[in-house]
Every structure is written in C-alpha cells, then in structure tokens.
Design a protein around this ligand. Structure first.
Ligand code: ZN
Length: 234
C-alpha cells in the first residue's frame, strides 16, 4: 500500500535532484553525481582541533566535525535553502542520513552522544513549521541509532537572523548572547553524557559557542559540535 502511495506521489510530484534537476529515486534529494561533487572535510581528531581553532569566538567544545564545504550558489546552498524556505522537510532528514553515514567510527560519535539541534525561536518555528537542524538530527539519529532531544536546550529570546542581518563580529556576539536556556532537570539526567550540538551551517561559530556556554554553565562536561557545512574561508 505504501509503495502504491509512493508511486502515485512520484507521478504527481516527480523527484528531481536539487543540484542539477535530473530525475532521481523517490526519497532522495541529490543524484549520485551531485552527491559525489560535495567536498567533504576530514573527520579526524586533528581536523576537529583545526575546526575548533578557526572559530571566531571562544568556544570550549571538546570536538567538532563538519561534513562538507559550503560554497555560495553550490549544491548544499540549494539544499539548505530548500529546507529553510521551500518546506522540504525531508531534505534535512536525507542530508542527516548522508552525513551520519560518514560519521560511523569517528570520535564525534564515541560514547553514545545525545543529539541536540540548535534551537530555532518559537516565532520562526511557527512561521516555518519546523527547525531544519532538528530535521538533520532526525536523519542522523536514524542512521547512527542515537537519541535526539529537542527540549533540553531552547531559545529564550528572539534574535535577528545571524545571516540575514549584516552584523559585524562583535554585534553578532552581542546579538546571540543569552539567547538560549537549558532545562535544569533534564540537564541533571544527562550531565555525564556527551552532548552533540547540531546545526546546518556554521560560519564564525557565535551561535554554537553560545549554546556550549549555556550548557556548560548548567553542568555539561562534554559538548561537541557538528555542522553539515562550513565555508572553506570563514
Ligand atoms: Zn544532480
């Protein structure tokens, strides 16, 4: 029955690659050739240190992994825009699964970390209907058999969009300061567990660093960062 529905849906809404527009298999987002075109970052501990060292802000995270290079007008930008603005929820979960396939056996997944999507403010979530970082987490959780929590860390205050507003570095830092809150009772239950913060795109690291700060303030000992993409020059 499900296969039948899928076939009907495919006829009504044929799936096309978000990179090049060719027909693809149902449930996919990119064709094999566009997927191969993505430039992966190494996922070693050495590269984790390099990524952390190149953040523009002070951040006490223990590990950091980034999936792919983000190029303006590149395939991943199309994917990220699609999941943000075109309501293509499934793109996020698909990208999460693709990313997680590469993460098996890497340090970032050691010790059964709890996945925490960088929260979207309630207003934006209502406008958009979902949080793209959460969709990525759903894909990662499925592929890597990890737990996902969307309540422990939440956005307490409305902030202007980091990317849309042309803020300089200091203004970005002030803009994001105290934007997040942690539910203390839930933190208590997960204090000794590695926490893996997940976002779609990381540039300076201001947003994630602020999440790390507030989690550590509430007693988290091992907070790690995972992003789908980062520009090669940041
Ligand atoms: Zn393609």
């Amino acid at each position: 029955m499900l296969t039948f529905l899928r076939t009907i849906l495919d006829l009504l809404y044929p799936p096309f690659c978000l990179g090049c527009g060719t027909r693809i298999r149902a449930g996919d987002t990119l064709c094999p050739s566009c997927l191969l075109d993505l430039q992966p970052y190494p996922l070693t501990e050495e590269h984790s240190a390099r990524q952390l060292g190149s953040l523009h802000v002070v951040c006490d995270a223990t590990l950091m992994a980034v999936g792919y290079e983000y190029e303006e007008d590149g395939v991943l930008e199309h994917c990220i825009r699609a999941m943000k603005y075109r309501q293509l929820h499934e793109v996020g979960a698909w990208l999460g699964r693709v990313l997680a396939e590469r993460l098996h056996g890497t340090p970032i997944l050691e010790g059964n970390p709890l996945l925490l999507p960088v929260p979207l403010h309630g207003v934006k979530r209502l406008e958009r209907g979902y949080n793209q970082a959460e969709m990525l987490c759903r894909g990662i959780a499925e592929e890597a058999a990890l737990e996902l929590d969307t309540k422990l860390l939440y956005r307490a205050r409305y902030t202007r969009s980091q990317s849309a507003s042309k803020l300089d570095r200091d203004a970005r830092q002030t803009n994001i300061l105290n934007a997040f809150e942690v539910r203390g009772d839930m933190m208590e239950a997960n204090r000794d567990r590695p926490l893996l913060l997940v976002d779609d795109l990381i540039t300076t690291g201001a947003t994630m660093a602020e999440c790390v700060r507030v989690l550590q303030e509430h007693g988290a000992r091992d907070v790690r960062l995972l992003a789908l993409a980062r520009p090669p020059r940041h």
